[in-house]
Design a protein around this ligand. Structure first.
Ligand code: CS2
Length: 498
């Protein structure tokens, strides 16, 4: 028994989603045990089971973090989700996990778990970086050594390898249906996952590929989903605060904003938890929700983080309250993005944007600039590619989108000894080594931008051909180090023609 068993000593309102009696049996294998999963999918599922029952316990796998899996196991797979905002001190304790394992040596265990007939859903939150997509070919990166190792039949190291090997066990052992549910910020994430799974299968020897292809076509569904909740990383202060609110020590609390949203296609071939009791929006307009969120929330988040880092802002609220950033969003960025999307029925862009500014103003949550700015090489393609292509084709301005990309490059691959500041230096990126190498090889911003967009395997090759886009990014990248980000914003306003 760990201290977490003493949750009744809580000092604040605790929304304890603890199922009376035994926990539900495993019905879901979840890949990616990060904070976002624990504050989003796990909470919705615990609420659904508390309201309507069902064997929807979650067996979770973390690709890397052994220490987290061990810490959670030591507290009976309980942890707190703490809302941070001026008007709430709510804590939720979703008692929904049935297992937490981590690391490459557990991959075969996870494959076996997916293979069990009691498993009805594979869900995942692995971030954009986890899907092994080659931007060059817009498909599964068959050149990646990890994908090659997975194709050769070793213990899977990649998300797609794990899923396919798990599906293969099902196809061989019993053939019962299953749903694969992506909860990541990729556009059409369900379709995208299906495409990658099929590409992996097509690269297998024919005798393996054929039966698997048929199984996936007939017995696996891939719903699209849009997930939303701002969930920062856990800091020491969150651990202390959790202890104050709960009266017990939780080693792994998750800080989260109160806002939460999940729009989901109701396409679960093997059944699902009664998430409608937990506030999920089931809709056939998921794509509209996804695009709205990717361009207005996530795209704007990138602008906030890169402009803000260059102005030395440590948190997203610090960034949001810089007048030049707020103006950039309201009068520069959103007017470029809005014509590229359709709002879901019942939601207006004015309401949605007003709500975003409220969420970004959450000083208590204090989401970090460098969290949002990290992994730009895998986030930006989802956020800017289609808007740039649509607008350049129509001859419309893209100054604020281009300036966002230039600000990202100024942060992560600075040229000629430019110092982008401590926030920028704290940003991580899977392409960082490549980006720094490009910067070292380039004599001018234009050269760097050309390398990134033509040799980087980061963005779709279509962007390099989009009328005037690379020139614009290069010009802004030239401007930032010498004149500063606020001056670059003024320049963008002087040019933008809406
Ligand atoms: C953020 C997201 O990391 C990022 O770039 O934009 O993590 C964002 O906080 C979530 O998508 C909110 O749902």
């Amino acid at each position: 028994m760990s201290e977490m068993a003493g949750l009744t000593r809580a000092t604040a309102p605790v929304d304890a989603l603890i199922v009376k009696g035994d926990r539900p049996k495993t019905g879901i294998v979840h890949l990616g045990l990060g904070n976002f999963h624990r504050a989003h999918f796990a909470v919705y599922t615990a609420k659904a089971v508390a309201a309507a029952g069902g064997d929807w316990g979650i067996f979770a796998y973390s690709f890397r973090s052994k220490s987290l899996a061990e810490a959670l196991t030591a507290q009976e797979l309980l942890y707190s989700v703490i809302e941070f905002a001026p008007n709430t001190d709510a804590v939720a304790i979703p008692a929904i996990h049935t297992g937490a394992v981590a690391g490459p040596d557990m991959a075969d265990t996870v494959v076996a778990e997916i293979g069990k007939s009691g498993t009805k859903i594979i869900s995942m939150t692995v971030t954009e970086a986890g899907y092994s997509i080659s931007q060059k070919t817009d498909s599964l990166d068959l050149e990646s050594p990890d994908i090659q190792s997975d194709l050769a039949g070793n213990s899977p190291k990649t998300l797609i390898g794990l899923i396919v090997r798990g599906l293969q066990v099902r196809q061989r052992d019993h053939g019962s249906a299953i749903t694969v549910l992506s909860c990541d910020n990729l556009s059409s994430n369900g379709h995208r996952t299906k495409q990658l799974v099929n590409e992996f299968i097509n690269a297998l020897p024919a005798d393996e590929a054929e039966p698997l292809r048929a199984f996936v076509a007939n017995s696996v569904s891939f719903p699209n989903s849009m997930v939303d909740r701002i969930v920062p990383g856990t800091e020491e202060r969150h651990i202390k605060l959790a202890e104050e609110r709960l009266g017990v020590h939780d080693t792994s609390p998750v800080p989260a904003e109160p806002f939460t949203m999940w729009a989901l296609e109701d396409n679960f071939i093997a059944g699902r938890p009664a998430w409608e009791h937990a506030g999920v929006t089931f809709t056939n307009q998921v794509e509209r929700f996804e695009i709205m969120k990717l361009r207005l929330l996530n795209g704007a988040h990138s602008l906030l983080a890169y402009f803000g880092a260059l102005a030395d802002c440590e948190t997203i609220p610090d960034c949001r309250f810089q007048p030049f950033i707020e103006k950039s969003l309201r009068e520069g960025f959103f007017p470029e993005m809005l014509p590229t999307l359709e709002m879901p029925d019942g939601l207006t862009s004015d309401e949605y944007i007003a709500q975003l500014f409220g969420r970004w103003s959450n000083t208590v949550l204090g989401d970090k600039t460098n969290r949002v700015g990290s992994d730009g090489s895998v986030k930006l393609p989802q956020r800017i590619t289609q808007p740039v292509l649509m607008r350049t084709k129509a001859g419309k301005s893209i100054d604020f989108i281009a300036l966002t990309v230039a600000a990202w490059l100024a942060c992560v691959s600075p040229l000629n000894g430019f110092d982008p500041g401590t926030q920028a230096k704290a940003m991580k990126d899977p392409a960082l080594a490549r980006l720094l190498e490009f910067a070292a090889q380039s004599n001018s911003p234009a050269e760097l931008v050309t390398k990134v967009f033509t040799e980087g395997n980061i963005f779709s090759p279509d962007l390099a051909k989009a009328d005037g886009f690379l020139d614009l990014v290069s010009e802004y990248l030239e401007h930032i180090p010498t004149h500063g980000i606020t001056s670059a914003v003024e320049l963008a306003f002087s040019r933008q023609k809406l």
